[in-house]
Design a protein around this ligand. Structure first.
Ligand code: ACO
Length: 436
């Protein structure tokens, strides 16, 4: 009978150790038993960038990167995108079950009634330079909310956590819209409780002098589906930041600011903005082969391509391509779409991309849709951060309530000097420098 264990022989000592295999993993801490001498620290596992390390147990999001499968709480993303509203999916991601009508009504009511921002936020916004990046404004403003809600730091209290979760989900669109209007010099628009989550967001972004803002239903639904697709994605860079910062029992407003900071990088959520910049650099179809050649020669990356986990078509990218058709039916086509489609077609036939299993990811087409709806590229990552706040908070809550979790504290392999015998005084160091 094969046993569910791993036996490792240390060739330095000839000793064999046996470790249990559970859920396809072995515990890194078991390796500490492997020592050459009794007073050794024991073996560590070296895994820069966490290429093969599970940092937690989670029952929120499942990804099968080889087959291109994404599920929230067991439900395929395709079904959620087709049948649900964003707040319905947010409830699922946070509480582990789809709500019934009464639960959903209560949930929508609660979120709707937390959308207002403290008036002092306006003064805070005014402090930013006229050309501040909206993502910087979002990150700083959400961090500033920790000062508005100091009681949020009682993270071990479940009721308090839930209140902050509702506030954060409700206020992210309000902050995002405020940063957008600030960058355009437009007056801020207050939330409208009659509207859905995405319609209200569009209202706060684009209402001018009309008494009541009415969003185009196709565009509002497209934004809703984009929000659903971005709600969670298990242990990515920003979620890992959320968990790591949260593990110090930090205020959730500061945790979300940290996670959003990680998201803003061009290799992560900032890629959607970079895709548009890349498409701007390609003047016409004829220029595509040379652009791909440059990428293959190591001069830059094809932004919106490749993924640490997906080694197949990102299922979100496939859904986004479908939404693009509906949006362009209303707005007219984005002129960059043809270049993007051709770029994808050529890349998917190219040995370089095939061998490395590089496919379009969620960011490849989302920017084209956002741009057609009327957003400038600087807003794209903000549009990612709003729905991802749900995932960050669900993962944060799971981490706080997991008895196995402690403060995040990786080990290192120290490569610097040790025990330098004598500190050379500054005057002596200056004399040495003068000699050179
Ligand atoms: N264009 C060209 N080559 C690429 C790309 C790309 N977009 N992505 C990876 N490669 C190549 C690498 O150069 C490397 O080649 P090599 O083996 O010859 O050295 C190989 O593919 C493996 O790449 P890694 O960097 O090791 O892959 P990793 O898993 O660390 O990176 C990442 C994943 C960061 C997403 C990467 O694919 C990338 O930079 N993509 C572009 C940015 C992007 O679209 N990011 C958004 C990701 S989705 C999200 O975060 C929401």
């Amino acid at each position: 009978m094969p046993s569910n264990t791993l036996s490792v022989t240390d060739d330095r000592t000839g000793r064999t150790y046996t470790f249990p295999i559970e859920d396809g993993t072995v515990r890194a801490a078991d390796f500490r038993r492997i020592k050459e001498k009794d007073d050794d620290f024991g073996l560590m596992l070296y895994d820069p960038a966490f290429m093969n390390t599970a940092s937690c147990r989670s029952n929120i999001t499942f990804i099968d990167g080889d087959r291109g499968i994404l599920e929230y709480r067991g439900y395929p993303i395709e079904q959620l995108a087709e049948h649900c509203t964003f707040l319905e999916v947010a409830y699922l991601v946070l509480f582990g079950k789809l709500p019934n009508s009464k639960e959903l009504d209560n949930w929508v009511f609660e979120i709707t009634h937390h959308t207002m921002l403290h008036e002092s936020t306006k003064t805070f916004m005014e402090g930013f330079r006229y050309d501040a990046h909206p993502m910087s404004m979002l990150i700083s403003t959400v961090a500033a909310l920790a000062s508005v809600y100091p009681q949020a730091s009682h993270v071990q209290d479940p009721d308090n956590r839930l209140l902050q979760i509702k506030r954060l989900i409700a206020k992210m669109p309000s902050i995002a819209a405020m940063s957008y209007r600030r960058s355009l010099g437009f007056p801020y628009v207050y939330p409208d409780n009659d509207l859905s989550y995405t319609e209200n967001f569009m209202n706060m972004l684009w209402k001018m002098v009309e008494p009541k803002y009415a969003a185009n239903p196709i565009l509002a639904r497209a934004l809703e589906v984009l929000f659903i697709l971005h709600a969670d994605h298990e242990q990515n860079c920003s979620t890992s930041a959320m968990r790591a910062v949260g593990s110090a029992l930090t205020s959730p407003y500061l945790c979300v600011a940290s996670a959003a900071s990680a998201l803003s990088g061009p290799l992560h959520g900032g890629a959607n903005e970079e895709v548009i910049r890349m498409l701007d650099e390609i003047p016409n179809m004829a220029a595509i082969p040379a652009y791909i050649q440059n990428v293959k020669a190591g001069k830059g990356r094809l932004m919106g391509f490749g993924h640490r986990v997906y080694k197949n078509y990102d299922p979100r990218a496939a859904l986004i391509k479908k939404i693009a058709d509906q949006v362009f039916g209303v707005t007219g086509p984005n002129p960059k779409l043809d270049i993007a489609l051709e770029l994808e077609r050529i890349a998917l036939q190219d040995e370089y991309f095939i061998a490395r299993k590089l496919y379009p990811n969620v960011d490849f087409y989302s920017g084209l849709i956002y741009q057609a709806i009327g957003f400038k590229p600087e807003m794209f990552t903000v549009l990612f951060a709003i729905p991802r706040t749900v995932g960050w908070l669900a993962q944060w809550q799971e981490m706080i309530t997991d008895p196995e979790q402690k403060i995040t504290r990786p080990r290192q392999i120290y490569t610097g000097p040790r025990a330098l015998k004598r500190l050379v005084p500054l005057a002596e160091r200056d004399m040495e420098a003068a000699k050179v």
